[in-house]
Design a protein around this ligand. Sequence first.
Ligand code: RFL
Ligand code: PHB
Length: 399
Amino acid sequence: MRTQVGIVGAGPAGLMLAHLLYQQGIETIVVESRSRDYLESRVRAGVLEQGTVDTLNESGVGERMRRQGLIHLGIELSFSGARHRIDMHELTGGRAITVYGQQEVVKDLIQARLDAGLPLHFEVEATSIHNLDTDAPKIRFRKDGTSHEITCDYIAGCDGFHGISRPAIADALQIFERVYPFGWLGILAQSKPPSEELIYCHHERGFALFSMRSPEVTRLYLQCAPDEDIAQWPDARIWEELELRLGPEGSLPEGSLNDESLHLEEGTILQKGVTPMRSFVAEPMQYGNLFLAGDAAHIVPPTGAKGMNLAIADVRVLSRALATFYQTGNNSLLEAYSTTCLRRVWRAEHFSWWMTSLLHRFPDATPFQQRLQLSELAYVASSRAAATALAENYVGLPF
Ligand code: RFL
Ligand code: PHB
């Protein structure tokens, strides 16, 4: 097999790249180890930045998102028994986020690819990549017991954190990493969300997040141990813990909670799982004719809702660089790929680390550190400058 750009992985990064390159007349082959059904039902991210929304719309795959996505103009922070609204729309001169599930984005991109009749191979696991410093790099995979090879001009490693692309160039990379001493237990439930906006809760029992997928389906998270045993969390315990973290803290005087109290509707839990949390960056995001994009190159803890948005931002840069090369022969944008992406990546790394540090309960935090956390929360809730810094990062900096 021969193609211009061989793409390993059909998550948001690989699918979006294939779609953007198709629009530029560039040939691609996508190989994905999982089944279509698995990809379309994997519940992950839910918050799209304005720039991600614009990219989907401009490339003609935003129709269902425009109908079903929920536009949010603000978020709430809950701490010390009260809720505070951050009016992102007002603070950022009219920007907003859209709540639309990652698996819905993936469905729309898979459909566009199949409608165009272009190669997207499910249940095909790339086993290795070769000849990266030649002009004919290769992707090897096995199918039906025989091994196959795709010869490319370029390879895009869009195979996520556990893929094969980054390890293939491990010797050329510098790794920056921080692992957090907690994870998130996430559920998807058939019930009305407790609020129309997302609520990020700092609570003495640990962080909680109240999000949604639609007016009837809620997505909720609880801070837990990184290796939490999900079997210890029957549905009733999850609801009870969510209720506690949405409510007041034990030591507060009566009457300090907002009088408008929230109602948590308990519905059928459709899915549950535990995600460990880390910050991770591999530099540079390129070696020879291999380009890494999305989670293959970097991970953020989910608190800032940046992971999928960064994946889309990377492939926007890469698709433009490849288009320029194929149209003009000029490879300067390709050479600048890693540097260009890393500027945005590190901003998102900082913001995600900051949101995580602000909102979680750290098992080894001293009383001094806990007071600093509360002071910073109070500052964000009361200072326009501090709230603006949160808002502009949350809605996403312009491309
Ligand atoms: P993906 O989605 O992991 O896709 C990589 C694909 O590569 C395939 N693959 C291979 N295919 C062929 N051969 C091989 N050898 C292969 N090895 C792997 C895999 O099967 C997979 O399909 O990476 P991509 O495209 O870079 O996308 C990244 C996002 O998925 C990720 O950053 C987000 O989900 C992170 N994230 C969030 N991001 C946001 O922007 N907003 C959010 O609100 C948000 N919330 C979240 C999140 C991630 C979470 N979890 C579960 C990690 C909430 C959670 C709980
Ligand atoms: C989600 O709805 O899944 C979600 C929302 C905000 C986050 C992370 C995840 O920060």
